[in-house]
Design a protein around this ligand. Structure first.
Ligand code: NG6
Ligand code: CA
Length: 507
């Protein structure tokens, strides 16, 4: 009798252990199967006016234009910053990058900028059942300061939330010029180890500075260290010959990885951050796109990027995922023409307006630094429209949390899901903008730029930076080009913005 009792007790126990988790898992599966995939397609230095959908007439971008036509095209969509590293930091962590003093353009040897304890979009989405991947440009640092590129490079994207990471470490113009596959340099020959240094050259390595005759692409400023594929780069690198990327194949290479990711995870719910390299320098279109525009390489790589977007969308469609995927398209900062190489971007510009008429450009506190193309697309769910709502890439974190039905981490990110889905134009009230660690403030239709020391113009890239001895105040609804400084005429407005700005900066 006693043993019977024990047996039935054990039986009940076994049922509880065996079935309860299975029941939970089923519930979880049916819950997660309803959740949409999320894809962020991120370009590098694409300006507000660089797409047909935003007014460009000299650069055909039919595929991205289709996303804009079939989704929400934002006219007040912002990156957090006017350069790459801080914008990517803001996007992935939902936190203002100026809160982190190290969030600046990083060399290829910089340590990981995002703390492994910090919350990120992929880390947040994982417990909600998402598989997470990044393909493309990283530029958020790797390792802890002394990376050995011949061993697994860590911590990196895998350690801050990405299940899959196929990346370039920094930028196309910075060494190491290799792809990194979940921490391992792809195609590395152990007998030809890689060495990287940003201060000192390696013996016997020709540089762009000393050997301009070895360069197929000429440097204009910076970019005169190690020559890889005839292109002089930022930083010194030795070895790793077999692992070095071919610049003209980079777009196809990342596209193939992004497509493979989708195919491999089509039966799961996934978040993919597809960070393309165009139109950042060096601009190296595949031969298929050379001459696609009359604008030289800068125009041609934008057409190439548009083609990649089209191919990628095709894959989502072929896999039957397009109606269950929210796509966000944007750029990390505004446009620049000559960013350090002679590539005819200035000479062949013609009537094209990369900034779409906004003032400034990459590196600038003026609008063109941070206001960028910003499109959301979700076939069958988002009704096409143009939205003037103020939104920032930093808001993706809280918005994706809402979409995934989870609580948003505490951060600067604001839940803009209904705005992103085109259900309302009730966007942010205000936003702090950042360029080279200097900040400006947008509130409603007003932008306030505090006085800053420094050159008003970066002569090398020929861009107005926004530095001035005076306070600047613009009504960007009436004065899109920021020509009319109203700081003197509207002292009360100025005071209102100053106080609100200081309240945010101070907390
Ligand atoms: C600058 C580079 C520029 C570009 C930029 C980063 C020089 C003179 N200029 O320092 O070419 O690489 O950094 O661009 O080296 S970003 O889009 O990644 O922020
Ligand atoms: Ca950039």
């Amino acid at each position: 009798k006693k043993s019977n009792l024990i047996y039935s007790f054990l039986f009940v126990l076994a049922m509880m252990v065996g079935c309860a988790p299975a029941g939970n898992k089923q519930a979880k599966d049916s819950e997660t199967s309803k959740k949409p995939n999320i894809v962020v397609i991120y370009l590098d230095d694409l300006g507000y006016g660089d797409l047909g959908a935003y007014g460009a007439t000299e650069i055909p971008t039919p595929n991205i234009d289709n996303l804009a036509k079939g989704g929400v095209k934002f006219t007040n969509g912002y990156a957090t910053s006017a350069t790459c590293t801080p914008s990517r930091y803001g996007l992935l962590t939902g936190t203002y990058p100026w809160r982190n003093k190290d969030a600046k353009i990083l060399p290829g040897t910089a340590p990981l900028l995002i703390g492994t304890e910090q919350m990120t979009i992929p880390k947040m989405l994982r417990p909600a059942g998402y598989h997470t991947g990044v393909v493309g440009k990283w530029h958020l640092g790797l390792g802890e300061g002394h990376v050995n590129w011949n061993e697994r490079v860590s911590p990196g994207p895998n350690e801050v939330g990405f299940d899959y990471a196929y990346i370039m470490a920094a930028t196309q113009d910075r060494v190491p010029t290799v792809y990194i596959d979940n921490g391992h340099v792809d195609n590395l020959d152990k007998n030809d180890p890689i060495e990287v240094d940003y201060k000192k050259n390696f013996d016997g390595q020709p540089t762009g500075k000393d050997h301009p005759e070895l360069c197929d692409m000429k440097w204009h400023h910076g970019h005169n260290n190690t020559i890889v594929n005839g292109i002089p780069r930022i930083g010194y690198m030795k070895g790793g010959e077999a692992a070095r990327w071919k610049d003209e194949e980079m777009a196809d290479h990342f596209l193939a990885k992004a497509q493979a990711y989708v195919k491999a995870h089509k039966n799961e719910t996934f978040f993919l951050y597809y960070a393309m390299q165009q139109p950042h320098v060096p601009r190296t279109p595949s031969p298929r796109f050379v001459g696609a525009t009359n604008l030289g390489p800068r125009g041609d790589v934008i057409v190439e990027a548009d083609w990649c977007v089209g191919e990628f969308i095709k894959t989502l469609e072929e896999e039957g995922l397009l109606e269950n995927t929210l796509i966000v398209f944007s750029s990390d900062n505004g446009p620049v023409l000559n960013d350090g190489y002679y590539d005819e971007a200035v000479e062949k510009l013609g009537g094209h307006k990369p900034t779409g008429g906004l003032r400034g450009g990459k590196y600038s506190l003026f609008e063109a630094g941070t206001r960028v193309p910003f499109i959301t697309y979700w076939k069958g769910t988002i009704q096409p429209k143009v939205s003037d709502a103020l939104v920032c890439q930093m808001d993706l974190m809280a918005s994706f949390a809402s979409l995934a039905g989870i609580e948003a981490p505490k951060a600067d990110s604001e839940n803009m899901l209904d705005v992103l889905l085109g259900k309302t134009d009730n966007g942010r009230d205000d936003l702090v903008l950042e360029a080279n660690s200097k900040t400006a403030y947008r509130s409603g239709d007003w932008v306030m730029i505090p006085p800053y020391k420094g050159n008003p113009v970066n002569k090398q890239v020929n861009i107005e930076l926004g530095n001035s001895n005076e306070y600047q105040l613009y009504n960007i609804k009436d004065d899109k080009e920021q020509k009319n400084n109203l700081a003197d005429a509207q002292p009360e407005k100025l005071k209102e913005l100053q106080e609100a700005f200081e309240a945010i900066r101070g907390n």
